[in-house]
Design a protein around this ligand. Sequence first.
Ligand code: NAP
Ligand code: ZN
Ligand code: ZN
Length: 351
Amino acid sequence: MQTKAYAAAAARAPLGPITIDRRDPGSKDVAIEILYCGVCHSDLHTARGEWPGILYPCVPGHEIIGRVTAVGKDVTKFKPGDVAGVGCMVDSCRTCDPCQHDLEQYCAGPHSFTGTYNGAAKGGLPNTLGGYSKQIVVEDHFVLRIQHKEEDLAAAAPLLCAGITTWSPLKHWNVGPGKKVGVVGIGGLGHMGVKLAHALGAHVVAFTTSDSKRQAALDLGADEVVVSKNADEMAAHAGTFDFILNTVAASHDLDAFTKLLKLDGTLTLVGVPEHPHPSPSAGVLIFGRKAIAGSLIGGIAETQEMLDFCAEHGITSDVEMIAMKDIDHAYDRMLKSDVKYRFVIDMATLD
Ligand code: NAP
Ligand code: ZN
Ligand code: ZN
């Protein structure tokens, strides 16, 4: 089937309309009419060719919420009319050790997991094309149930990436009551990190480079806010954190944050900057048995758990709705940290 979409034709080319092919739904597939798609910084890194191996035309978008239009004969979890979500993955080998343990994002099969965009497509198509489009067809295992109220659907879309990418490390490193937790970079991921760490009962400190986000970060649920450019404010927290989640999308000095960890503390990176961070100081890590770790989105079962938790606790993203044609302007604003806190595309504007 053919569907309208928005694509980058080449790195650094502005995005524009395109017509793309979606496979006909197979027996395990769910066909979805996309209502909303969040705008992740990974979309920008990809569309503008900041990461290696990008195939064009590139249709980004992996924070997808829509309505089911058709299901294959073996699908029991969904029926036409249901609201459904699709995040960063649309396939994996399903048989390797990580896949068998609900960790599809770390699939060790021959092709790793299949990204919702810029992954290897099924059915002879060259590369997967993402959520900046009207329709998508995805195998049922990779489709999520959405329990949020109808009026919250646009604001729930960013949970499919920003939500799970912060939830998974917070849960893995046991963030909860009695823990002092930092969230660095109050953008799309970071603002969800603050909300979720707060909901999990931790003492949350937001680190921002933007003076203008001081009050806003408190409103999101932070107990304290530190403007990370201010050395005195940083020094006041030296050696006190159990865990720090770093969501920054640009290269920067990590020692400033490892210094704030206490004995056995962990700094977990989720940002994937175009240029590498300067090498961290071994001494800072050694004196304190500290760790720097990484974390990739989250598994499908864990994504469902996070979505259900958010629906139950009334948690959504703070979003600014945009029209599809304004995507390049949204990317430029994102680069200036000028978004509170996630752009979401109203897919009706693609018509
Ligand atoms: P975003 O909305 O642009 O937020 C990033 C935030 O980082 C900015 O709002 C800003 O917050 C801060 N920042 C930006 N430039 C900075 C600089 N030079 N120095 C210090 N802080 C800076 O981006 P996002 O969508 O949250 O994505 C963040 C990163 O995570 C991207 O690299 C993205 O590709 C990656 N990502 C990874 C995964 C994963 O699975 N690991 C999943 C999704 C996204 P302040 O104004 O508060 O300083
Ligand atoms: Zn993302
Ligand atoms: Zn696998």
